[in-house]
Design a protein around this ligand. Structure first.
Ligand SMILES: NC(=O)c1ccc[n+]([C@@H]2O[C@H](COP(=O)([O-])OP(=O)(O)OC[C@H]3O[C@@H](n4cnc5c(N)ncnc54)[C@H](OP(=O)(O)O)[C@@H]3O)[C@@H](O)[C@H]2O)c1
Length: 449
């Protein structure tokens, strides 16, 4: 067994004994050594997900022995194993940790990952934005490419007007929703989604065709969606929970009575509606006597699909790189907390309390800024202070992520990086020209609920 001599800081969690906290902070955690097909990453930013606090609160994925939690991060490769050919030390990367593996959790400075599951970050994308890709993007990718069976290659092509089937996505401004909308759009699907009003323009800029108010009553929502789509929604993803999953099922089922009332003469087809509920389904499957079509509920297994299929994982991380590089995939907007690794525990409370602005990803930085990022930021801040801000194209980092007016920042301070707190805005171009229709693949691995 390897004896780890180097030590590091880490945030651990374990099944707690009565009256103890599940979380512990240590400054004496082993610094892992790299194996043959692994890469060692120095993390600069971690992005927080609901599962990070839910898992600990509801005790899933926890062991009696403390282990490092945390899924999503970005940083720099510092070492690669002998068998790794496509990553080298110095590469800027994003990852979504398989926390079942030892040394993989994001909430430590140095973590180990299978090379096939690590994505390179193109120079045009900042590391803080890249941290926000992980779980949200991969869930959306597994949903569309595995649960619904669309080929990844279809999402690579930009074609004309969208004529594909309608997909209904609840909570379009969730992390999963933001990536689902972009991918569905690229596949030529027509997207109808729900969100609070301030997120409507944002979701449309990502490719949503119709964005509805999230607070509409269920029966109103069903009615409005039937109207927009002529009762034609064939795919649905629920990102919220059982009640919303039931509404999605009702929409997918269609209604002969509604069609008669609204003089919809489209003949019923025998296409089965397909639903994935990532945040739980109702205990009893609702039945709709006047349904137009049957509904399959497809179960998602994020971890067995992404971590269990290295070829799929590699295809997806390569796809992300090319999409980011071409400006066709926009990472979720970032709400940055710069309190460093020791601030993650408090940041999780902020997330659990619902205090992160809707549609933003909570990213914790201050773990280790890139000198070049610090330098660019300082230069830009000084330039603005002198009233002659200009974009200098030879810098590869995303200037426009930072809105200096939002920052508490003293450009003369020596430790001007990182600024104390900010919301970073991505102003990358909206999605690509509309692709044409893509039909769902014939074979879908489905379980009818
Ligand atoms: N099964 C899996 O493999 C898997 C994978 C990933 C996530 N999940 C689960 O899926 C759910 C979504 O995760 P996420 O990270 O994508 O979500 P998230 O980013 O935390 O989504 C939050 C957003 O959802 C919207 N929302 C709509 N209705 C809501 C409601 N009733 N309560 C709270 N927010 C609501 C809000 O936007 P608006 O204000 O615009 O409505 C809010 O900003 C979580 O329960 C997560 O644990 C499961």
């Amino acid at each position: 067994m390897t004896r780890h001599t180097k030590r590091q800081h880490a945030l651990l969690a374990a099944i707690p004994s009565p009256k103890t906290d599940a979380w512990t902070w240590t400054e004496d955690h082993p610094h892992p050594d790299v194996g043959a097909d692994e890469v060692l990453i120095e993390t600069h930013y971690v992005a927080l997900n609901p599962v990070d606090w839910k898992g600990v609160k509801y005790r899933f994925g926890l062991t009696p022995e403390p282990k490092v939690m945390g899924r999503d991060g970005s940083g720099i490769v510092v070492a690669v194993g002998d068998g790794v050919t496509d990553l080298v030390a110095g590469d800027r990367v994003w990852y979504c940790s398989n926390t079942a593996l030892p040394h993989s959790g994001a909430f430590q400075h140095f973590s180990l990952h299978r090379a096939s599951q690590v994505g390179k970050v193109p120079p045009s994308v900042s590391l803080q934005s890249a941290a926000a890709i992980g779980t949200g993007f991969l869930t959306a990718a597994v949903l569309l490419f595995k649960c619904f069976g669309f080929p990844v290659s279809k999402a690579n092509v930009c074609r004309g007007r969208k004529t594909g089937p309608w997909i209904f996505i609840t909570a379009g401004a969730s992390s999963t929703g933001i990536y689902l909308i972009q991918l569905a759009h690229r596949l030529g699907l027509r997207v109808i989604t729900t969100a609070s009003k301030p997120n409507h323009a944002y979701l449309k800029s990502l490719g949503a065709d119709v964005v509805l108010k999230r607070h509409d009553k269920d029966h109103e929502l069903v009615h409005i969606i039937r109207k927009y789509t002529e009762d034609g929604v064939l795919l649905a993803v629920d990102n919220i929970g059982p009640k919303h999953s039931a509404v999605a099922r009702e929409i997918l089922a269609g209604s002969t009575a509604w069609r008669a009332e609204h003089h919809i003469t489209t003949p019923s087809d025998d296409t089965t509606g397909r639903l994935v509920s990532i945040a739980g389904s109702p205990k009893e499957v609702p039945v709709f006597p006047d349904a137009v079509r049957a509904v399959d509920e497809i179960r998602i297994s994020f971890s067995t699909t992404f971590y269990g299929q290295p070829e799929f994982a590699r295809e997806i991380v390569n796809f992300v790189y090319s999409q980011l590089e071409r400006g066709l995939l926009v990472p979720q907007r970032v709400f940055l907390d710069t309190s460093g690794l020791s601030g993650v525990r408090a940041a999780l409370d902020v997330l659990e309390a619902g205090k992160v602005p809707s549609g933003y990803k909570l990213v914790v930085g201050g773990l280790k800024p890139l000198p070049s990022e610090a330098q660019i930021f300082t230069e830009r801040a000084s330039a603005k202070a002198r009233g002659r801000l200009e974009k200098r194209k030879h810098y590869h980092l995303d200037y426009d992520l930072f809105d200096l007016d939002d920052l508490e920042f003293d450009p003369d301070a020596e430790d001007a990086w990182p600024p104390s707190r900010k919301i970073a805005r991505s102003t990358k171009p909206a999605s690509a020209p509309l692709p044409s229709a893509a039909a769902p693949a014939a074979t879908v691995h489905s379980t009818v609920a």
